[in-house]
Design a protein around this ligand. Structure first.
Ligand code: ADP
Length: 473
């Protein structure tokens, strides 16, 4: 059963309960009101007859003659059915089928004949006959039906009930009609959402549903749109990554395969130099796979990190010593600042070294003979440590700068791979960015083609570390 049917059935149930209760209460109220009116009227009429009977008694002094008169005017009695004064036809109509009796005020014993005394209730409902201020008799109606609702009255009540039922039916129909329209209107955005969900379930993520208002369903639609947009972006990233990986792995694999095949076919001699080339390609492949794994972990936020207070100067010195032989070979000057200051950074020491290794490696790779690389770390505002790796190398073209941290992005697409340090995977900066961000930091670059580059990253300073210098941009 769909939601619309459920809501309509609920509405119908609520209406049925409400209208049944309303018509029951109306019926009871009408009947009671009518019964009350009849009782009052009956009492008044009975009193009027009692008064006339008193007068007749005063005139005749004979209960027999009064009773005879009563018999002639009683409803269903022998007489013409008319009395004078109040009551008239109304009284006659109302007191149908009854007989009237004069009884003693205390005992209820009929004054004429030997009939048994009337019941106490009848006596209590009777009307007194008073002569000179004394109650001399009580006029009682022996037939209780005379106080009940007759067919004519019942007809009026039935009419009221019918009118109530018709009104209830019309109200129910109108409520259902309007309710149906409202429900269908209310459910329209949900249907759009349902259609969108179905598309997403089929793997079609470039779907957005219309948001017309900001109520709960509107919020749901906004959330859905965000979710779909994220999925779409993730899917695009995933597809691009798969294509990139396949593309990156294909080249070294074909080199390995081609070289091996050439050796097997006797084209290349089975010499150490050939095997070295193959080993280099395999080590590049291994590095690529490792880098990709690391990148995937970092991007998923699942990279194991041991954040600790790390002395910056020690790390910088260690990096400088590691790179000294390479800089010497390339005749590049490497300077470090500060040399011995006790600035502390909150970072994973191994990951910090990895970041610096990538950035220094890039700087060295792009800096020609007699150039300089300057490595520094200073405490910036907001207790952050800012690391800078500045070189006087080739610089990066402005058109490439926005994509430089993207995975597999290379400025010089034709760069050859030689060894694990100088080889170019296009992943180095993407890994740097992920590692920095995984440690609550941020990374950036300023560069001009032919003028050198300045890469920087900031990491949180370790609490309590002394402030030694404030970075100036
Ligand atoms: P790769 O492994 O190819 O170096 P990276 O992600 O580390 O990949 O770098 C991406 C691109 O950015 C490189 O291809 C290179 O052209 C450029 N690049 C990186 N660092 C520097 C630098 N210090 N000077 C000039 N170009 C750089």
């Amino acid at each position: 059963m769909n939601l619309q049917t459920k809501i309509l059935l609920t509405l119908l149930l609520v209406l049925a309960i409400g209208l049944t209760t309303a018509s029951f209460i109306t019926n009871r109220t009408a009947t009671n009101a009518y019964q009350g009116y009849l009782n009052t009227n009956y009492q008044q009429n009975l009193r009027a007859i009692a008064d006339q009977a008193s007068e007749r008694y005063v005139e005749s002094r004979s209960w027999q003659s009064v009773q005879d008169w009563l018999d002639t005017v009683a409803p269903g009695g022998r007489g013409p059915g008319m009395i004078e004064g109040r009551g008239g036809m109304g009284m006659m109509r109302q007191m149908h089928g009854g007989s009237w009796l004069l009884v003693a005020p205390n005992s209820g014993q009929p004054l004429i004949g030997n009939a048994a005394p009337v019941a106490a209730e009848e006596l209590a409902n009777g009307a007194p006959l008073t002569v000179a201020g004394q109650v001399v008799a009580v006029l009682v109606a022996t037939n209780h039906m005379s106080m009940m609702i007759g067919p004519a009255e019942q007809q009026v009540i039935d009419q009221v009930n019918r009118a109530t039922l018709i009104a209830a039916g019309v109200a129910a129909l109108a409520a259902l009609l309007i309710g149906g329209l409202l429900v269908s209107n209310l459910l329209r955005p949900l249907r759009r959402l349902e259609a969108g969900m179905a598309q997403v379930a089929q793997g079609q993520f470039d779907v957005q549903v219309e948001v017309r208002n900001r109520d709960e369903i509107g919020q749901l639609a906004i959330g859905f749109n965000q979710m779909a947009a994220n999925l779409h972006q993730q899917e695009a990233l995933r597809q691009r990554m798969v294509t990139d990986i396949a593309h990156e792995l294909r080249t070294p694999l074909s080199v390995v395969q081609g070289n091996l095949q050439a050796i097997l076919d006797g084209i290349y001699p089975l010499e150490l130099s050939e095997i070295r080339t193959i080993a280099e390609e395999i080590s590049l492949l291994t590095r690529l796979v490792n880098d990709l794994h690391e990148l995937a972990l970092a991007e998923a936020g699942r990279l194991p990190l041991t954040l600790q207070s790390t002395p910056v100067a020690d790390v910088l010195q260690h990096m400088a010593e590691s790179f000294r032989p390479l800089t010497a070979v390339q005749s590049v000057t490497l300077t470090v600042e500060p040399a011995h200051e006790p600035v502390q950074v909150l970072a994973d020491p191994d990951r910090l070294q990895q970041i610096l290794y990538n950035l220094l490696g890039n700087a060295l790779r792009h800096t020609s003979k007699a150039g300089t690389i300057h490595l520094s770390a200073v405490l910036a505002g907001d207790n952050r440590v800012r690391f800078t790796i500045q070189d006087t190398g080739s610089g990066i073209p402005a058109a490439d700068l926005p994509y430089i941290f993207d995975r597999f992005y290379r400025v010089d697409k034709s760069r050859t791979r030689t060894d694990s340090y100088t080889s170019s995977s296009g992943l180095g900066l993407a890994i740097v960015k992920s590692l920095v961000e995984a440690q609550a930091g941020r990374v950036g670059v300023e560069s001009r083609e032919g003028m050198g580059s300045r890469f920087w990253f900031e990491l949180p300073g370790a609490a309590g570390a002394p402030i030694l210098a404030v970075a100036t941009k």
